[in-house]
Design a protein around this ligand. Sequence first.
Ligand SMILES: [Zn+2]
Length: 588
Amino acid sequence: MDVKLDVVTNKLAGKQTITYYNNSPDTLKKIFIHLFWNAFQPYSMMDEVSRRTENLVLGRAAGGGVLKDFDRRFKKRISDLTPGEQGYCRVSKFMVNGKLQQTKLNETILEVFLDKPILPGSSVVFNTEFECQVPKLSRRSGRDSPEGVRFSMGQWYPKISEYDHEGWHPDQYIRGEFYGVWGDYDVNITLDKKYKVGATGELQNATAIGWGYDKEGSPLKETAEPLRTWKFSGKNIHDFVWSADPDYKHITRKTENGPLLHFIYKNDKDADPYWQATADSCAIIYPFMAKTFGPYPYPVYSFLHGGGGGTEYPMATLVKNYSFETAVHEWCHSWYQMMLGTNENLYAWMDEGFTDYAEAKVLAWLRKKDFFANAEEYGQYFQMAKSPYDEPMSTPANDFSTNYAYNTNSYYKGAVFLRQLGYIIGEKNMDKLLLKYYELWRFKHPTPNDFIRVAENVSGIQLQWYKEFMVNTIYTTDYSIDSLWEEGGKTKVRLNRIDPVPMPIDLQITFKDGSKELHYVPLNLMYGEKPVEDSTIPRKVYEPWKWTHSTYTIETNRKLADFTIVEIDPSQRLADIERKNNRLQLKW
Ligand SMILES: [Zn+2]
């Protein structure tokens, strides 16, 4: 791509040359192109959905008043944008192998009718010419962010929609969540010479540019021309982001056996120490990330100050400030989106939920905190599950009735899905699963089924039931300790399943002398059992609980008078929406 940005008119003109390979077994008669910025116009589908959900009252807010539905990326009403603040992306020419094609615009999707179909196993060359107006920052991208960054360029160019085993995915830009084609990008960006640029990929003309790209701390090179061209390249990526500002500062950090990290941010002496600290911590966490999630294969990663919150892109992210937590979250998306590129619109939870889980793992490791204790994802999920607003996690991102259900499902329930899976298959299997999933499915667009199959293979436990209940229903789990009694020299504990979603049970009994017993009841749908997780506590394994049956009784040789605590899942990984009835403290 060759693009030229006019920093006065905020308009960008560009040309693309794309070699497109049809690796599918199908003949393609049409191509769909995303033109995301057309969403930033009054009465667009995104505007309509924003206005509708913005006024939806969810209930009472914690601090009084009403709780309205919200979108965390909502910054400015699209309907309030003036013509000069609106965004658009227009394709004036679309050519295939040098021949002009007929097109039809459908808001954020351009349909291209091919005069000659693209045959399986063949490749063609697309040439496009396009013009965009950079919108005033509304969501994720645009100009003049509240933090003062002039250009945050995400979702900015005509981007080919993905064609996979399910066909085309010409999703309109409504709520967000993306899906793309892996490819090699060469992007040449020309703009006012005073501007400094950060982007996806590696800068190819670092010697001509300077500014820390050739060596740490070097100044931006002088040029007699009014404009300057920055040339970036990235391989095997499915999107490209960049940002530009005349007041940017650039620092780097080297990671151990990993990428060079770039931090490009507004030069502000108050904020600088925080950016430096975030940069230091990011360099420290990489070896843990590589060991836990698999190595990061690209040579660089750039944290770009800009956007509206934090948005992930390949080899880079837009972040609105120096928040270390946000930086970790966005970088974790390099695994759970950039390499394991699930269709985000269909399976947003495999993107945001898995990333949330990965972020929590990294932060717990760095801060030497217990990853399992007080995981906030459970509370958020329980609150939604008990509200009238829950919808199945399988709902496409664009189709949720509320932003609340979309956010809570994709971030929190998605993370709970993984945390609870650790309870079912054991943490050692969970560690193996993360690496095996990465190894088998990176750069292949996995689906929930693909993930669950890997989980089954590493654990030897059947898990389709788990996927079906958690992903395709809004049913919940609730177990309780029903009753305790002595009978025939033994103490018996009856467990009760109240809600429909069945689970294996870890029941821990603590005795007066401080000793403990773990009574493990696998679920019959598992056709297997998890390995011992804590070898310091003796574990008794029971015959599996038939999932249709609502009660199960376990027993111990110890006297009831010796009991102090009986508790279902002391690890709190089970997503039991009523935890009050999971624990019984006996007072004698
Ligand atoms: Zn995220």
